[in-house]
Design a protein around this ligand. Structure first.
Ligand SMILES: [Fe+2]
Ligand SMILES: [Fe+2]
Length: 289
């Protein structure tokens, strides 16, 4: 039995990610960029695969866990429009009104076009939930667990690639090193492993400089247990790093992602932090949620 299962957890949080609120853009002026491709994807695929009409029911299910800290790992939107961000803000406000502490980071779809970055849409719509220090930063969960938030996204002309600068890898490493001892969580949109038993990321969907970030995490895990929580791949995965058993990589599926075989309408993870390790419990949400 794990330590987290034996002892009362010092902290608990739910991890939701890749919410992908969507709207179909009809104004041709808004389609003169990468959004043309993203909009096509919404029309052909996302509006069926991501049934966001469950949003209120899912908020009920998240609140029903009894966990009062929620980490939302990015990709709130599909093509970073004002309308999609408004849906995301309403969803997070609903959860906050139920007493949940909300922690967020952006995903690549939240900086989908250069124009959306220039207009600071993510910051304007979700500013109430952003950490004061910006990214990267370290926050402390109510039970004392340190959590470091890593910035991994950038706009691209065509690909879905992320980026973390060397300077930010150094800052993440310093934030971890300076944290009080004990288990620590790192939150990121992109995973740093390109393939696990749960997923395989193509070269156009990976994090640039992932190896540098992973190296920093492997080094830090010599001192303490680290849970690296990410999304982006829309699959559940939970495994130790091949080089560092105390570094655990966990990805959570998209919140509203409909399973092809039907029945499953979404998923999230519930995490309990023990004195020396973590308990990760995947949840699936059924159509009748
Ligand atoms: Fe996503
Ligand atoms: Fe993503």
């Amino acid at each position: 039995m794990t330590d987290a299962a034996q002892n009362p957890p010092r902290d608990a949080l739910v991890h939701i990610t890749d919410i992908h609120f969507w709207e179909i853009v009809r104004n041709p002026l808004q389609l003169l960029n990468k959004r043309f491709l993203g909009n096509l994807n919404v029309i052909l695929r996302r509006r069926r695969a991501f049934d966001t009409s469950h949003a209120a029911a899912f908020a009920d299910a998240l609140a029903a866990t009894g966990v009062r800290v929620l980490f939302a790992g990015g990709d709130f939107t599909s093509t970073a429009t004002d309308g999609e961000f408004r849906q995301a803000a309403a969803f997070l406000e609903n959860l906050a009104a139920r007493g949940m502490q909300i922690i967020i980071i952006p995903g690549n779809h939240d900086v989908y076009t250069f124009e959306s970055v220039r207009k600071r849409r993510f910051e304007r719509h979700l500013g109430a939930f952003l950490p004061e220090a910006g990214y990267p930063c370290r926050i402390t969960l109510p039970g004392g667990t340190p959590m470091v938030l890593a910035p991994t996204v950038c706009p691209n002309w065509l690909s879905s690639r992320g980026r973390i600068a060397d300077a930010d890898v150094d800052r993440v490493a310093r934030l971890i090193a300076e944290a009080p001892p004990g288990p620590l969580i790192v939150g990121s949109h992109y995973p740093v492993l390109h393939a696990t038993e749960g997923y395989a990321s193509g070269p156009m969907r990976r994090l640039r400089n992932a190896d540098a970030l992973r190296r920093a995490l492997v080094d830090a895990a010599a001192q303490r247990p680290i849970l690296f929580l990410s999304g982006h791949v829309h699959r559940f995965s939970d495994q130790p790093d091949p080089e560092a058993p105390r570094l655990r990589h966990c990805t959570t599926p998209a919140l509203f992602h409909r399973h092809r075989q039907g029945g499953i309408a979404g998923a999230f993870s519930e995490i309990h932090v023990g004195q020396e390790d973590f308990l990760v419990r995947p949840h699936t949400l059924r159509d009748d949620t």
